[in-house]
Design a binder for this molecule. Structure first.
Ligand code: UD1
Ligand code: UDP
Length: 373
């Protein structure tokens, strides 16, 4: 029996871990243990996804909560180590690029437990992004690296990772999207928000570089206010951005702008429906760039780079930068030019988790046979 600890902690981890845990629980040779680090803890940032996506109750919650990068990373490590010592798993599986990802990988690696990284190899080449540091470090200590797009394979090879560790398997976040798309259509979110199909924009923002300072956040809000005079803008706001909006004294401006509608973070199904029927999505989220690629909805990424270049070449994504003028120019361009055909990236077919689990099992069999020889 193969013992695997799957780790999740922040919102985008839940969509990624859901199909993995599902396939593992249906694989008789695997015992899967689910650990939630507690990095995200609000009902709307964590618990709601467990119910909606059918993720089982975590076996352990480390309850680390919010703190500085160093403290959060250290707390996950301190609290995860006894779990690893008690369970002695064959593998620790981590997903994505949040602090919990790196902390759990490092804890396991130091205990001599093998680490599998799902969504390995993505690079923005911008070390000021906390996620980029997490990606580079997690990949450096992982034993199996599961990659979503060819750029990830190139990046890992360039960094000297052995080819046999790298597996291009597709995208577990897209497994979840495809699995839930029909169900999401039943959501009443458009009616609830009084929005008309194709006649509104959706915004999400949470990158520190966009929302932690008045100048950057204010500049983006100015663009959104202008867009909101053209069409309603639904903005389910991340708790980091909500807090900063108030701390930076920007809330009044938003309240005065009639078309810019701040709402609480949405559940997965409501948000999927909201994206799918929108005219355009403006975001700095990693996952949303990929989801809009599959939904065929124009996406303006409010950043100067992306670690997911396939969404630019094969999807509907374009980099709009973060200046007011840049965002508005990109918005007008998207409104004027109908989008070309979308080519879903190879292997973004709903079966990435099956490939990952099969690969984990095969790799463990190979290790077992090598030991017996
Ligand atoms: C984290 C990840 C980021 C990911 C994002 C997804 C890191 C370094 N960052 O950013 O890569 O894209 O999650 O959403 O791991 N807060 C709440 N309730 C919660 C969670 C957070 O109020 O349930 C507030 C707290 O004030 C906290 C702040 O949001 O200080 C930031 O939370 P944190 O997890 O540190 O980083 P995120 O910005 O959420
Ligand atoms: N999402 C959601 N509700 C929202 C906003 C986003 O369910 O109000 C989902 C979105 O569809 C995607 C994931 O959250 O599956 C992306 O997470 P986030 O943007 O927080 O993190 P990132 O992908 O940038 O790391």
């Amino acid at each position: 029996m193969l013992k695997v600890i799957c780790v999740c902690g922040a919102r985008p981890n839940f969509m990624k871990i859901a199909p993995l845990v599902d396939v593992m629980r249906r694989t008789s040779s695997i015992q899967a243990i689910l650990v939630h680090t507690g990095q995200h803890y609000d009902e709307r940032m964590s618990r709601s996804f467990f119910g909606e996506l059918g993720i089982p109750e975590p076996d352990v919650n480390l309850e680390v909560g919010s703190c500085s990068h160093a403290v959060q990373t250290a707390e996950v490590m301190k609290r995860f180590e006894p779990v690893c010592l008690k369970e002695r798993p064959d593998w620790v599986v981590v997903v994505g690029d949040v602090n919990s990802t790196l902390a759990a990988a490092l804890t396991a690696c130091k205990l001599g437990i093998q680490v599998a990284h799902v969504e390995a190899g993505l690079r923005s080449f911008d070390r000021t992004m906390p996620e980029e540091v997490n990606r580079v470090l997690t990949d450096a200590i992982s034993d199996l690296l599961f990659v979503t797009e060819p750029s990830g394979v190139d990046n890992l090879r360039r960094e000297g990772v052995a080819s046999e560790k790298i597996h291009l398997v597709g995208n577990v976040m897209i497994d979840t999207l495809l699995r839930n798309r029909a169900q999401a259509e039943k959501s009443s979110i458009l009616r609830d928000l009084e929005l008309q199909d194709q006649h509104y924009a959706v915004v999400t923002l949470h990158r520190p570089s966009n929302v932690d300072e008045t100048e950057s956040f204010g500049g983006i809000l100015k663009a959104l206010e202008t867009i909101s005079r053209d069409m309603p803008v639904a903005f389910p706001i991340h708790p980091r951005s909500r807090k900063n909006l108030e701390a930076l004294g920007l809330s009044r401006r938003v309240e005065q702008s009639g078309g810019l509608r701040l709402i609480e973070p949405l559940g997965y199904l409501d948000f999927l429906k909201l994206m799918a029927h929108s005219a355009v999505v403006l975001t700095d989220s990693g996952g949303v760039q990929e989801e809009t690629t599959i939904l065929g909805v124009p996406c303006l990424t409010l950043r100067n780079n992306t670690e997911r270049p396939i969404t630019l070449t094969q999807g509907t994504n374009r980099l709009a930068g973060t200046s007011t003028e840049g965002i508005l120019a990109a918005y007008h361009a998207v409104r004027q030019q109908p989008m070309g055909a979308v080519h879903p990236p190879d292997l973004w077919d709903g079966h990435a988790a099956d490939r990952i689990v099969a690969s984990l099992v095969a790799s463990s069999h190979m290790q077992q046979s090598a030991k017996e020889e």
